[in-house]
Design a protein around this ligand. Structure first.
Ligand code: 13P
Ligand code: SF4
Length: 329
């Protein structure tokens, strides 16, 4: 059986939209109707009018579609959870808030912003406190909007994104629990990070700059602030792709983000900013077989509970508020 052919046939027959993030395996990515960075995927998946959305990505992405469009049946061929999103749950969120309160900052003086890489339950907590969601492509605008409240920003879960944007905006940041003075900070960060983007180091940047003096360095804002400071360009996955595509073919560029995405840009003069292959294990979980099985289960009216994204109504209510606030900005 040619899986690719079978998937294309099933897509024709069914009222379904196949969505894939840039970090997906090539064979899965090629078959998607919608691709993009997290913001684009949230927007476009919300706008589709198909009954079924089959989402190839990590858990928080599928959940965001369900939260924004509860009437849709959202399926994930593999429910793989982003390692960073797993670093925070409602309990840790509350614990951090308590630590912030103990530092002399009351909840009324805090506006929470969560990176989209978090569970719907965390987004709901943030929504309930008047906060909103951001992605790597709109974080600057969202933080700017949040600061209009005159409050301190409590940024969860990615400390790197929080610190990187604080620097860009000439603001002070601090991390809960690392001994830094929270009262002094404009942006108080939760201590989460992406294990894949932690692989890239300033040593790697120096290595490439020494080897190829005219090389450009382009990285994702989930990289450590020291790496972002040393780079020529920092942007979301879509922004990185655009930046690389616009470069003249002879221009070498070394990229600090997930392997599958950079590998798809080999027609440009690209290098990977690490000697270790920077694969996101969870993004790589979804196979063509999984996609086929999921589509077939829709056709046979035999959907597996394991692939079905479910979010309870109360969580949807507040997580949706947090996501909609972002989409409005
Ligand atoms: P983007 O929103 O830039 O696609 O990032 C998602 C992500 O998980 C990067 O690691
Ligand atoms: Fe999560 Fe990092 Fe994978 Fe992105 S690359 S999905 S942040 S673990």
């Amino acid at each position: 059986m040619d899986l690719k052919e079978e998937i294309l046939k099933l897509k024709e027959e069914l009222d379904v939209t196949l969505v894939a993030h840039f970090y997906q395996r090539d064979e899965v990515f090629e078959l998607a109707d919608i691709t993009g960075d997290s913001l684009e995927l949230a927007r476009k998946a919300k706008e589709t009018d198909s009954k079924y959305v089959v989402f190839c990505g990590v858990g928080f992405m599928g959940e965001s579609v369900k939260v924004l469009s509860p009437e849709k049946t959202v399926l994930m061929p593999k429910i793989a959870c982003c390692a960073m999103a797993r670093m925070i749950d409602e309990g840790y969120y509350e614990q951090n808030l308590k630590q912030i309160n103990e530092a002399g900052i009351a909840n009324e003086d805090i506006l929470p912003i969560t990176y989209i890489n978090s569970s719907a339950a965390v987004k709901a907590k943030v929504g309930e406190m008047g906060g909103m969601v951001c992605t790597s492509s709109n974080a600057y605008k969202i933080i700017e909007k949040g600061l209009e409240s005159g409050k301190k920003i409590f940024f969860v879960p990615d400390r790197c994104l929080g610190q990187n944007f604080a620097k860009q905006m000439n603001l002070k940041s601090a991390i809960v629990g690392d001994g830094s003075d929270l009262k002094e900070a404009d942006i108080i960060c939760y201590n989460g990070f992406c294990s894949v983007h932690q692989l890239f180091t300033v040593d790697d940047v120096e290595f490439y700059r020494e080897k190829y003096p005219n090389i450009l360095v382009a990285v994702h804002p989930e990289c450590d602030p020291s790496v972002c400071d040393a780079a020529d360009f920092v942007g979301s996955t879509s922004q990185l792709i655009q930046y690389i595509k616009d470069l003249p073919i002879e221009q070498k560029v070394v990229v600090g983000t997930e392997f599958n995405m950079v590998n798809r840009l080999r027609d440009k003069n690209t290098y990977i900013l690490s000697s270790t292959k920077p694969e996101c294990p969870t993004m790589n979980e979804t196979t063509l077989e999984d996609v086929y099985r999921t589509l077939k289960s829709i056709k046979d009216n035999n959907i597996s509970e394991e692939t079905l994204i479910k979010v309870n109504d109360e969580t949807i209510k507040w997580a949706r508020v947090a996501l909609e606030r972002m989409l409005e900005v």
